[in-house]
Ligand binder design. Sequence first.
Ligand SMILES: [Zn+2]
Length: 167
Amino acid sequence: MLQRTHGAAGVLAAEWVLHVYEVPLLSWETAGALMLGCFAGPLADIDKPGSVMAKLFFPLSALLRLLQIHHRTLTHSFAFLALLGMALMPLPPLYFWTFLLAYASHPLIDLLNEQGVALFWPVKKKVRLLPKFMAIDTGSPMESLFCFILVVLCFWLPIRDWWHGTF
Ligand SMILES: [Zn+2]
């Protein structure tokens, strides 16, 4: 999936956490969590040469390449999520869950892709959720539609909470 799709999924994950913690819409916590979600969503693609995240964290992405860690393996796996969870422990709960769930949204939506994800890495077998003919190809019109739905949800969720007076 493209960076923008993962960004939207990360923001949605952040909004869900904000909803659970009943954080007011107009607050620094909301701004911080939304930015964190937008950043953590595409982060797993640090393993994809040429991606924005690989460029942003160049020494790290170069190291992954050197170690022959391929795209959609280590950084997209349950094992890495567990490690990340441990590393994020010192964060306050709101940011801990925002980061972890926004990051987890990445391999989750990559499962809809034709190539699948090595969720159980170091087991190399890639898993995919949809049969090939239904899978969403990276950059395809289907992905644009999927991304659009995510963006609509990103607007709908806070508006709904505001309407119901949760925020
Ligand atoms: Zn990915």
